[in-house]
Write a protein that binds this ligand. Structure first.
Ligand SMILES: Nc1ncnc2c1ncn2[C@@H]1O[C@H](COP(=O)(O)OP(=O)(O)OP(=O)(O)O)[C@@H](O)[C@H]1O
Ligand SMILES: [Mg+2]
Length: 241
């Protein structure tokens, strides 16, 4: 899958937040998006997913050459685009297993027998070091910040998207959890080769992974692009340099 963002302008409540962004992520590529707080990274990710609060004023978002900017979020998800949220929402009354089992049918069109699903599920829960009792609770309900983040990556592992946008999957994770999450993302890359756009503030998670492209967003625009060396530079000098 090829995801192309072309000349994109996005407004929220009448205020322009994304001010002309061009960004292409091809299948199998690993891109990192960095940028100061409030620069528009989450807004960009939500606009790609067709969030109704974010209005596309100009430009386009294309998947394999076809515009998705007027599609609903569920249709975009069914194309194989996954968003791991910066702040996952708590869902009362829907357990983790139930949620994932429904989502794999509805979104990933995965009709494998339930036993196969559960085997895969248990393997992922174990390698992500997710506490067993968590999976019997309503999705994200009362989960700690780090637990919510791990469950986002669990969803990605189970749904096997063609394109994954991960909004700060490392925020709030302890040093060991960062390694487990990075290892899982690397494993998913090897198994199904999705395109990845990972939003982060810190180089720590990237010590365990190998991103190929780095983009820096500032005030709704991509202001710098390069390779992994940009991450270290930003970490030592900040965005003002
Ligand atoms: N629903 C909304 N209503 C009003 N303003 C919004 C809304 N969502 C985002 N914004 C504003 O848009 C700007 C960009 O926010 P966004 O969440 O995209 O930043 P970010 O780059 O993800 O920052 P961070 O690194 O802190 O997560 C901010 O000024 C924010 O206050
Ligand atoms: Mg954000």
């Amino acid at each position: 899958m090829k995801l192309e963002i072309k000349g994109l302008h996005v407004s929220i409540e009448g205020r322009e937040v994304i001010k002309g962004v061009d960004l292409t992520v091809n299948e199998g590529e690993f891109h990192v998006l960095m940028g100061p707080n409030g620069s528009g990274k989450t807004t960009l990710s939500k606009a790609i997913m067709g969030h109704p609060a974010y209005t596309i004023k100009a430009g386009d978002i294309l998947v394999d050459g076809t515009s998705i900017k007027d599609l609903s979020t569920d249709k975009i998800a069914k194309l194989g685009i996954f968003l791991g949220f910066q702040n996952p929402i708590e869902v009362e009354g829907l357990g983790v297993i139930n949620f994932l089992n429904t989502a794999r049918g509805a979104i990933a069109r995965d009709n494998a027998p339930f036993k196969e699903f559960m085997d895969d599920f248990k393997k992922n829960v174990a390698s992500l070091k997710i506490k067993e009792d968590l999976v019997n609770r309503p999705l994200n309900f009362g989960f700690s910040g780090g637990e919510k983040k791990k469950v986002e990556i669990l969803q990605m592992a189970m749904l096997k998207p063609k394109m994954a946008i991960l909004d700060e999957p490392d925020s709030g994770l302890d040093v060991d959890a960062i390694k487990h999450v990075a290892a899982k993302i690397t494993e998913i890359r090897k198994a199904s080769n999705p395109g990845i756009l990972l939003i982060t503030h810190y180089s720590r998670i990237l010590k365990y992974m190998d991103p190929e492209y780095v983009h820096v967003m500032q005030d709704g625009k991509i202001v710098r692009e390069g390779g992994k060396e940009l991450i270290e530079e930003i970490e030592s000098k900040g965005y003002k340099a």
